[in-house]
Design a protein around this ligand. Structure first.
Ligand code: GLN
Length: 297
């Protein structure tokens, strides 16, 4: 039997790009290069230094499965099993939402806000998912203790692995349950400096307009939030005052067009002062921040 020659990097890329374009995958070329770079443990420019290098049989098999999955519109982060957030590596599986770059703004705001406190800082992260917010703030704020909750046991398993991957298991703990529920009885009431959350905020009626990568692959329970997308904001605003210490902050990520509605909820609640909303790099009002009024003595 004649030894079959392996496909070269050049051909592998050309064929993959054709397939992805036929499947109407956005950014087919960039996606193919990203996936092959990862598969071969190369840097992107190295793909072009040795275009005649042949893929081994094993590499070819893996490559074919990568491209088949990508042609199906699966997010590349699930295909390679990881992503980067705030400069840290995170494992991602279909049990968790893929961390988005705009969520880094929430982390930045949390770090800035934390610097106004002295000593140890207690932080709660609700709907932690992959643990990206909890872990990034724990890494960046050395004096912090982070308590992260999620209703999904599958997500918490990934989050715990991510804490290990980033060597930060000592100052981040994970609790399974609905929002604040698993923190009941832990004695954290009135002790939290910052409550952070990127909760689900897509309305059920907007589900159909999501990109297939999001709608068909990311966990619906991490995305959808009732008829108007505000369900979690309403509950978090209601329960946060019980856990925040005097002068503590609630910082949440917002979905497109939700800023005014969430601001009104916080105003009506009456316990919050100095409500601010920060825009992301696309000019969308993305981060909500409110300080709890000083407790009356
Ligand atoms: N930002 C995500 C999206 O664009 C939604 C994330 C969320 O619901 N928290 O689909």
């Amino acid at each position: 039997m004649s030894e079959q020659k392996g496909v070269t990097i050049r051909t592998a890329l050309q064929e993959a790009i054709k397939k992805l374009e036929a499947a109407r995958v956005p950014d087919a070329k960039a996606e193919a290069e990203f996936l092959l770079t990862h598969l071969l443990f190369l840097k992107r420019h190295e793909l072009f230094l040795d275009p005649e290098r042949q893929l081994t049989k094993k590499e070819s098999e893996l490559w074919n499965s990568f491209i088949e999955r990508k042609a199906n519109r699966e997010p590349s982060q699930y295909i390679i099993g990881e992503t980067e957030f705030y400069g840290y590596r995170f494992k991602v599986t279909p049990d968790v939402l893929i961390p988005r770059p705009e969520t880094e703004l929430l982390v930045e705001e949390a770090i800035k806000t934390a610097s106004s406190f002295k000593g140890e800082i207690n932080i709660v992260d609700l709907c932690t998912g992959s643990g990206c917010i909890a872990i990034a703030v724990a890494k960046e704020i050395k004096s912090s203790n982070v308590f992260a909750t999620d209703i999904s046991a599958g997500a918490l398993k990934v989050a715990a692995e991510n804490a290990k991957l980033n060597s930060i298991t000592e100052r981040v703990s994970f609790f399974e349950g609905d929002l604040f529920k698993p923190l009941e009885g832990t004695g954290l009431e009135n002790k939290i400096h910052l409550i952070l959350s990127n909760p689900p905020y897509v309305s059920t009626k907007d589900k159909e307009i999501l990109e297939p990568e999001v709608r068909d692959f990311e966990p619906a329970s991490a995305l959808l939030a009732g008829d108007n997308g505000l369900e979690f904001y309403r509950r978090i605003i209601l329960e946060a005052p019980l856990y925040l210490l005097s002068g503590g902050y609630l910082i949440m990520e917002l979905g497109y067009g939700q800023a005014d509605l969430v601001r009104s909820m916080a105003e009506e609640n009456g316990r919050f002062a100095s409500i601010e909303v920060k825009k992301d790099y696309s000019g969308i009002e993305r981060v909500f921040k409110a300080q709890i009024k000083q407790h009356e003595l």
